[in-house]
Write a protein that binds this ligand. Structure first.
Ligand code: AGP
Length: 606
């Protein structure tokens, strides 16, 4: 996703902005640029590719000025070219960087073309620059110009703007796309993510939707959507530069796989009350009043929700539907009274999930957020926050956040089970004990890190493969397929094992890899017979299985075997070899493990 940075201070802006952009690299991008304002002169440098290209260009043509804006672009409108890279200029009077999508850019562009404006890119963002120019030329200045622009545009956006005639002021605005303001002696900065400026300041203001601001070293003016001056709270962010470090691992993803025992343990600890009882933080009143749950999420978080449904229905008897956020927000869902939504999001900024949460809120449902970033938009808009304590997850492919989400969902099921009198206090305590055994079981599962390499080597040339699972392991098969496809670019598809004979078995051909998750539960025998049908037709079988379930398979197969565990918690533990298989395959294929092509860590566009 695009990353925005802005700076005004007592130091030259370009290098500070470049360094901040580097701390946003994990968001995924394909080009970048920086504009600075020196007196009445706007300097601009842009480059396609990684930030190293921009760095080289800046070294070749240094640009002065203590105020500037920078951008890493994840292409939405227009190809990956220097002309489409941000910042966009209009007549050397306006420079702008933008994250999001301006939905009515085409009509605005037509209007501006008719007025004689000329464009050099295919982007919606350049239209914004010319709209600013047009409004400034009508005599509007500074924040009033921003107000006029915001009155004309529709869509999700975070903006930072330089105006030639306001050389000491940074103008910013946000609607649905995140933007944080950082404040320290001698500087004011802005960034899409507080992490990008944590080395400059931890004092952060998060703008609300519709806010815009004029920021100078002497004054911060923040206006709300009604154009009234607004007071926004300054918070001390938990983001810190030390957290963005590989710690000796080759990739952030490798580090984050290894951090999972701690991430799960910290998440459990944060949900354990003074008496040592596992409590998610929902009040007894809420637990009693809520009669059904709607889980809203995307991608990996959606698969976590699908696993959570098995626990919530099985342990608490609470009806659960799991919705794809991007679909839910445009449906007219029918809900019984007493419903609550659970929005699951690592970043807390996925626009699909944020908008689905708002849709549910408009329908009167209570909103619960399971997020890894407590200051995120989804967290700020939900009624109740259930934080995962995985720490910042930098690798685009989610790992520790996923198992931390599962941890919260399991605890939520126990909480509801106790509140709905489906679980006695002893039964709940027993389940808590099982959960407490997970960090060490996950640590043991990580030991397969090297043993998986030969299987990854066998996979790297395959054009496609299937993942199978049943029951709680069916959503894990979907997640394992997503991991492999997003990291290694191999087409991978997950199926409910029982579904194979209803069509997908037609895909089976000689040497097609079929990867099957087994945990020794009472469905394993059925899964193995589904697997046998694939093996009989020439598939190459790969097991990701607990020791006892692997013994039930009497035909040839590659095997990743982990210690036996309670099948109830198997998704938390079998997730580890599935993640490692995807990671090792990507390493074998030489793909960009932490920033796979076309992907972003936080998808803040539709
Ligand atoms: C996960 O590996 C993917 N990067 C992606 O599917 C991700 O889970 C999805 O975009 C949702 O992100 P969120 O959890 O931050 O909302």
């Amino acid at each position: 996703m695009c990353g925005i940075v802005g700076y005004i201070g007592d130091q030259p802006a370009a290098d500070i902005i470049l360094d901040a952009l580097k701390r946003l690299e994990y968001r995924g991008y394909d080009s970048s640029g920086i504009a600075t304002l020196e007196g009445k002169k706007i300097h601009l440098t842009r480059a396609v590719g990684k930030l190293a290209q921009l760095d080289t260009a800046l070294k070749n043509t240094p640009q002065a000025g203590n105020i500037g804006i920078g951008h890493t672009r994840w292409a939405t409108h227009g190809g990956v070219t220097e002309a489409n890279a941000h910042p966009h200029l209009a007549a050397d009077e306006v420079a702008i960087v933008h994250n999001g999508i301006i939905e009515n850019y085409a009509e605005l562009k037509a209007e501006l073309l008719a007025k004689g404006h000329e464009f050099s890119s295919q982007t919606d963002s350049e239209v914004l620059a010319h709209l600013f120019l047009d409004i400034v030329r009508q005599g509007y200045k500074g924040a009033q110009a921003m107000q006029q622009v915001l009155a004309r545009i529709k869509g999700a956006f975070a903006l930072a703007v330089l105006l030639r005639d306001s050389p000491d002021t940074l103008f910013v605005a946000r609607n649905a796309s995140p933007l944080a303001i950082g404040i320290e002696d001698g500087l004011v900065c802005v960034a899409s993510d507080a992490m990008a400026m944590a080395h400059l300041t931890r004092n952060v203001i998060y703008l609300k939707d519709g806010d815009y601001a004029a920021l100078s070293l002497d004054e911060l003016q923040i206006f709300d959507r009604d154009n009234q001056l607004a007071n926004r709270e300054i918070i001390r962010t938990s983001a810190s530069p030390a957290l963005i470090d590989k710690g000796g691992y080759r990739h952030f993803m490798e580090k984050e796989i290894h951090e999972q025992p701690d991430a799960i343990a910290h998440t459990i600890a944060a949900m354990t009350d003074a008496k040592g009882v596992l409590k998610t933080g929902l009040s007894d009143a809420d637990l009693g009043d809520i009669r059904h749950l709607v889980i809203l999420a995307a991608g990996t978080s959606h698969y976590a929700g699908q696993v959570g449904r098995y626990w919530l229905e099985g342990l608490a008897g609470i009806p659960v539907s799991v919705e794809t956020a991007s679909e839910y927000r445009y449906r007219a869902p029918a809900h019984l009274a007493g419903g609550a939504v659970v929005a699951i999001s690592q970043s807390g900024e996925s626009l699909d999930t944020l908008m689905a949460l708002r849709h549910a809120k408009e329908m009167g449902l209570k909103t619960i957020a399971i997020v890894n970033v407590p200051e995120s938009s989804i967290a700020r808009e939900a009624d109740i926050i259930l934080p995962t304590r995985a720490g910042p997850e930098i690798g685009v492919a989610s790992t520790k956040a996923f198992t931390a989400q599962l941890t919260v969902l399991f605890a939520l099921a126990v909480d509801f089970g106790r509140a709905k009198a489906r679980l006695s206090a002893d039964e709940a305590a027993g389940l808590q004990q099982k959960l407490l055994s997970v960090p060490s079981a996950v640590g043991a599962a990580i030991d397969c890190f090297e043993a998986i390499r030969p299987i990854a080597q066998s996979l790297k040339k395959t054009p496609s493969c299937l993942f199978l699972g049943r029951g709680r392991l069916y959503p894990l098969a979907l997640e394992a397929a997503l991991k492999l496809k997003e990291l290694s670019y191999i087409h991978a598809e997950g199926f409910a094992a029982g579904e194979m004979k209803h069509g997908p078995i037609a895909l089976i051909e000689e040497d097609l890899p079929v990867i099957c998750l087994l945990d020794g539960d009472d469905l394993s025998a059925k899964t193995i017979s589904n697997l046998k049908e694939a093996e009989a037709r020439g598939a190459t079988i790969i097991l990701i299985a607990t020791a006892s379930s692997a013994k039930l398979v009497d035909f040839d197969s590659f095997r990743v075997v982990i210690e036996d565990c309670d099948p109830l918690l198997a998704p938390l533990i079998l997730a580890i070899p599935a993640q490692i298989l995807a990671y090792q395959t990507a390493v074998e294929k030489g793909t960009d493990v932490d920033q796979p092509r076309n992907l972003a860590k936080s998808v803040t566009v539709e």
